[in-house]
Write a protein that binds this ligand. Structure first.
Ligand code: ACO
Length: 377
């Protein structure tokens, strides 16, 4: 009964669980790369479709490959009408992340085993995610479904389907860059979830349904929604420092700050901040941005020496809010992008798969005595 107890590392911090070539982080230097390409370069020069291909297949696509992938994504936006009806029938006061999770499961029920290859399933999942988010949003607002426009890219088509109006070039560009920034991030909680579920040889629809549940949590993707709620609660610049003191006195977390790997400012938040400024210059600033700048200054003064700086979620919500996107749709937008990363990891996991089955440190008891129900106290 006695054996050498393994040592527990809470949260598996620093424990490798896979070999991966998809993305790379240097948390001290604030570097993020997808397949060797710096995130700043991709944000400036690439787009979501090209980035998704890069993550999935390891190299930048040729012009023909990219055109083919784009055409395929546009085609796969046509979802089974019964699936759209399922999304429209979900509780309107439910969270859009729960709707997306249900959508992935239902999509798998319609499509699993019907397509010619797993790469087709992958394209369908990437194409379907924004359509399912927009379809649920329109339905819960009591508005009719907007059919996808095959001439638009992923970002512009999502805004079109969300609003039923042609988005302007700047908004489409800002969302496209945000999708590039969120597409992968090494072994984060939802990617780990995706790989664990993939390792059981579950289909990729189930993999995405599982990973989206992990992304929903406020310590992971759900933080972008909480950041906005937090900034609105703080309200004005002059209240920032008192609010922060109260928050830290009760050991509360400041949403949008801190990261398991980065011990400096997340490189993606620099890009998002530049995008926010670009958007504000053209469309007018928002007071919440000034509150955010002051909060960043105050948090870094107090917690910077612990390595706590803004993460990607701190500025993304401010950008989405400025674009008129409802707060609880921020995390689904993260999902629209991250599905590409999950599926790149799914492909990688399948190359030399071994089912995940970690150990535990047992802290229970042995030799318990079974008492009859009638004799229990
Ligand atoms: N606000 C205040 N204190 C913090 C924060 C924060 N946001 N983040 C970490 N700390 C403190 C902790 O209280 C702890 O202090 P202690 O050593 O005095 O107890 C120390 O820093 C270490 O924190 P942990 O939570 O143990 O760090 P961990 O690596 O486990 O967590 C995490 C990382 C979950 C991201 C954490 O920083 C956090 O909860 N941040 C807020 C939520 C958030 O923004 N999540 C988005 C992350 S990015 C993403 O998923 C897309």
């Amino acid at each position: 009964m006695t054996s050498q107890a393994p040592t527990l590392v809470p949260g598996l911090a620093g424990i490798p669980c896979a070999e991966s070539a998809v993305s790379y982080i240097d948390g001290q230097a604030g570097i993020l790369e997808y397949r060797g390409h710096r995130i700043e370069t991709l944000a400036a020069q690439s787009n979501f479709e090209e980035t998704a291909w890069l993550l999935l297949y390891g190299t930048l696509p040729t012009a023909d490959e990219l055109a083919g992938f784009r055409a395929k994504l546009a085609r796969y936006r046509e979802l089974p009408p019964a699936l759209l009806a399922t999304l429209a029938g979900l509780p309107k006061d439910g969270h859009p992340m729960a709707a997306l999770q249900a959508g992935y499961a239902a999509l798998g029920m319609h499509m699993e085993g019907k397509l010619a290859s797993r790469d087709e399933d992958i394209a369908l999942l990437i194409a379907a995610t924004p359509v399912m988010v927009a379809a649920f949003e329109r339905a819960r607002q009591g508005q009719p479904f907007v059919a996808p426009d095959p001439s638009l890219d992923t970002a512009a088509n999502f805004l079109w389907m969300l609003r039923g109006e042609t988005p302007n070039v700047l908004e489409s560009h800002v969302l496209d860059v945000a999708l590039v920034l969120h597409a992968d991030h090494t072994m984060n909680a939802s990617t780990f979830t995706a790989r664990v579920v993939a390792s059981t040889e579950a289909d990729p629809y189930t993999v995405c349904a599982s990973a989206i549940g992990s992304l929903k949590g406020p310590l992971h993707g759900g933080a972008n929604e909480r950041v906005l709620i937090q900034l609105e609660k703080v309200g004005t610049v002059d209240r920032v420092r008192a609010w922060l003191d109260d928050q830290l006195a009760t050991r509360g977390k400041v949403m949008g700050f801190g990261h398991r790997v980065y011990k400096t400012k997340d490189p993606r938040s620099f890009v998002l901040q530049t995008l926010a400024r670009e958007l504000f210059e053209k469309t007018g600033s928002t007071p919440i941005y000034d509150v955010a700048l002051e909060l960043e200054k105050a948090v870094v003064e107090k917690l910077g020496e612990k390595g706590i700086y803004p993460n990607v979620d701190f500025y993304s919500g401010i950008v989405y809010q400025k674009m008129g996107i409802p707060t609880d749709v921020f995390t689904p937008i993260f999902g629209i992008s991250r599905v590409a990363g999950w599926l790149a990891h799914w492909r990688e996991q399948m190359v030399d798969n071994k089912i995940f089955r970690p150990a535990q440190v047992f802290v229970g008891s042995h030799d318990a005595v079974y008492t009859d129900l009638a004799a229990r106290g």
